[in-house]
Design a protein around this ligand. Structure first.
Ligand SMILES: [Mn+2]
Length: 319
């Protein structure tokens, strides 16, 4: 359970001496990004600190049940804080602020980078990067536990949200014993697992169902055993769904028996995004994504390239 990392005590000292703390999750925030940011927000508020959460995008509406979600500000305030936490962001561009605020990543500001993506660039002045952790929130739970910070019921719900979403409701291969132990401890601390599963797993908007219908209909398998689906800009327009509503459908596309791995190509604003997943032990989709300038985890990764999708396109694997 203990985080073996020399920066842990240093983070503790920084927080002890800080008054104003800014927390930044990645853009298009998922459950782990939002759970990390708002969990820390609650912990620091309970310590009497003046905490703020700033994100590039508005959090998707399924996260409206998360405590303090209304406190998330869109866009960055002036960077005059005593500490700036950047959470769940494997690369600087994922925050959305790399071009407008390069100072965030040149170590001139008191930044703390906490993440579990193996491709993380250690861009913080302090870095707590644990690639074996199932979620950033599971690292944060251990940090809170080790530094004896207060853990309210609300913060526990935030942290459990990150574990729940990043393990695909405890179904992905990153659901190990430590992750389940942390989840159990969070439930013991009052985390609201019932709301998390109801809001994030058993609630689906009509636009989401229609989008998923198109993704499922467009699914095919290549000669090399790769399961592929595509979703175009027009599919988003026709259904009224936004990009965040893709969450979840990838698990269906990835469930085809004997598939090597799965890819969903989605088109948005002149860019094509690829989401890769695999259930196979011997396949590392992060390596595959890196061929297109992307990255991520061994079993779940992604990339973004400029361009658009044309109907005739076929995904081909070459050695
Ligand atoms: Mn994550």
């Amino acid at each position: 359970m203990k985080l073996e990392h020399h920066d842990v005590q240093e983070i503790g000292k920084w927080v002890e001496n800080a008054r104003r703390i800014l927390i930044i999750p990645h853009k298009n925030p998922d459950g782990d990004a939002i759970g990390s940011a708002l969990g820390l927000y609650r912990v620091f508020s309970d310590m009497g600190k003046e905490a703020e959460v700033a994100c590039y995008d508005v959090p998707p509406t399924p996260f409206n049940f998360i405590p303090d979600i209304e406190k998330v500000k869109v866009g960055l305030p002036e960077l005059t804080h005593d500490i700036i936490f950047i959470v769940d962001s494997g690369a600087t561009h994922l925050t959305g602020f790399n071009e407008s605020h390069p100072r965030l990543f040149d170590k001139s500001l008191p930044t703390v980078n906490i993440d579990h993506h193996p491709t993380n660039e250690n861009y913080g002045r302090l870095n707590l990067v644990a690639p074996t952790a199932a979620s950033t929130t599971s690292i944060l739970y251990r940090l809170v536990f080790q530094l004896d910070w207060p853990l309210s019921r609300e913060a526990a719900t935030c942290f459990l949200t990150g574990i729940y979403t990043d393990t695909g409701s405890f179904m992905h291969s990153n659901t190990d014993s430590l992750t389940l132990q942390i989840a159990a401890r969070l439930v013991a601390r009052g985390a609201d697992l019932r709301s998390i599963s109801k809001e994030l797993f058993n609630t689906t908007k009509i636009s989401t169902l229609q989008l998923w219908g198109r993704v499922l209909k467009n699914t095919y398998q290549t000669g090399e055993g790769v399961t592929v689906s595509v979703v175009t800009e027009k599919d988003f327009e026709d259904t009224g769904a936004d990009y965040s509503e893709m969450t979840g459908v990838v698990d269906y596309v990835n469930s085809v028996p004997d598939s090597a791995y799965s890819v969903i190509l989605s088109e948005r604003a002149g860019k094509v995004k690829g989401s890769l997943r695999t259930l196979r032990d011997e396949i590392n989709v992060s390596d595959i994504a890196s061929q297109w300038g992307g990255g991520g985890h061994a079993k779940a990764a992604g990339f973004t390239v400029p361009g658009k999708l044309e109907r005739e396109i076929r995904w081909k694997v070459v050695e």
